[in-house]
Design a binder for this molecule. Structure first.
Ligand code: ATP
Length: 421
């Protein structure tokens, strides 16, 4: 079964040409290359997926190097794992060497040897993720489905590939729920039985904080995070990160409003991170001195970690300032330096109606008040770059909050007057 026309329909002929070209480069090097994993699954589901994983029978390092040269694309090699990333136009294409895995003990990262496509697909989590698409020039876009993944996809079933799967890698317990929830699939009976056994025998306790954090973080980025988190909680998987995480559904916590709140705030603060807001909230239910080391060992993106720490450090002080803020300028000054995640956390922690009104005033009105002039205008007017510029902008914003609708010229005059003081 060739899926070339499916790719053309879902993406464009550019992607088809690119994949063909990568297949030809492999062929020139006497290698066989395949697209594997989520891209193939999603192609069969008619869902676009721009995470392209190429697997080659042989060493991916010299192969990715030739692809990088031929495409004139940036290529990053990870020699230790025999993997590589190629940055081509807007795509990141991952390259890996077909491998066989051996788990020295449950939950450990596997020991790896080079192998063939069969072993590489067999080491994967579920049949639906263990399909490949040939890009060998003689078999273009032929589906390679050695474990009946397509049939499971059609029957909406999550099935592990062998009986030791959950023991070898308990992150697959999280993944089983995640894919099940995302696609509305159910576990095949034997998989479900082994899933339950794995939970009873506490397999996830062999996982590092980092690996559990990565799985939980992926849940935050799903379309319906609450549904998946409820499943993580009901199966006990959430509490393996921290016992307090199992409390998020308590009626006095407002966790269930997180997705809607983040969406609402995104219309005002474009760069708000869903993931950071979820982490802020979950970690805010434990003492700060416990939350910080946990977060630092979670291996999350540095930007997320710093937004979360910043919000956890500041929300109580911000709340006290808001309680006593008496007018728009005081509200603005209380919140002007906070990141959007801190604002979200304030909404979630606050129980006071008056403070909520102040938060609404800030997000709906005050936060978007900006001067007409820019930093460049000030520098052109002879004002030195530095803290003075921030002071000038704050003053202009305060004037606007007070109701003055200043023209550009009036703003510049005010700036010059302040800088001459
Ligand atoms: P998503 O749509 O969430 O990105 P994905 O299937 O692309 O899903 P990734 O986590 O990017 O998932 O992994 C890519 C592929 O690597 C999977 O499709 C699967 O074949 C394999 N894989 C990932 N994690 C595991 C695991 N823990 N055990 C076995 N195979 C895995």
């Amino acid at each position: 079964m060739s899926l070339g026309s499916n790719i053309q329909y879902l993406y464009s002929s550019n992607l088809l040409d690119l994949l063909s070209k990568i297949g030809q480069i492999a062929n020139k090097n006497s290698l066989k290359a395949y697209v594997v994993g989520g891209f193939v699954r999603d192609l069969l589901l008619n869902k676009p997926n721009y995470d392209i994983d190429i697997m080659v029978e042989g060493d991916a390092i010299p192969f990715a190097t030739s692809v990088g040269q031929e495409l004139k694309a940036e290529c990053k090699l990870i020699e230790r794992f025999h993997t590589a990333h190629i940055y081509h136009e807007n795509l990141v294409i991952d390259f890996s060497s077909a491998r066989k895995e051996y788990y020295p003990h449950p939950g450990a990262l596997p020991e790896v040897t080079f192998s063939n496509i069969r072993d590489d697909l067999y080491r994967r989590d579920f049949t639906i993720n263990a399909m490949a698409l040939s890009i060998i020039p003689d078999q273009p876009f032929e589906l390679i489905d050695l474990f009946n993944g397509k049939q499971d996809l059609d029957s909406k079933i999550i099935r592990i590939l062998h009986g030791r799967s959950f023991l070898d890698d308990p992150t697959r317990l999280y993944r089983a729920l995640r894919f099940g929830d995302r696609f509305n699939f159910i576990m095949e009976p034997k998989t479900e039985m082994l899933f339950e056994k794995a939970i009873q025998l506490s397999y996830p306790s062999s996982l590092s904080t980092k690996r559990i954090a990565a799985e939980i973080d992926k849940a935050f980025n799903e379309k319906r995070p609450l549904s998946l988190l409820t499943k993580y909680q009901n199966t006990g998987l959430l509490a393996y990160f921290h016992k307090s995480f199992s409390e998020w559904t308590r009626p006095d916590f407002k966790f269930s409003i997180v997705p809607a709140l983040t969406t609402r705030l995104r219309s005002k603060f474009k760069n708000i991170s869903d993931s950071a807001v979820f982490w802020c909230f979950l970690l805010s239910n434990m003492p700060l001195e416990e939350a910080k080391p946990l977060l630092n060992s979670s291996g999350l993106l540095h930007t997320v970690t710093s937004q979360v720490i910043d919000s956890l450090n500041s929300w109580q002080t911000l709340l006290s300032k808001l309680i006593i803020a008496n007018n728009k300028i005081e509200i603005y000054n209380a919140l002007k330096n906070s990141c959007p995640e801190s604002i979200a956390l304030l909404y979630l922690k606050n129980k006071n109606k008056d403070v909520e009104k102040k938060l609404n005033l800030y997000t709906n009105e005050l936060a978007s008040i900006k001067p007409l002039i820019t930093g460049d205008d000030l520098i052109e007017a002879g004002i030195k770059p530095g803290p003075e510029i921030r002071k000038i902008f704050d003053r202009i914003i305060e004037k606007r909050i007070e109701g003055f609708s200043l023209t550009r010229k009036e703003e510049l005059d005010l700036a010059t007057a302040i800088s001459n003081i």
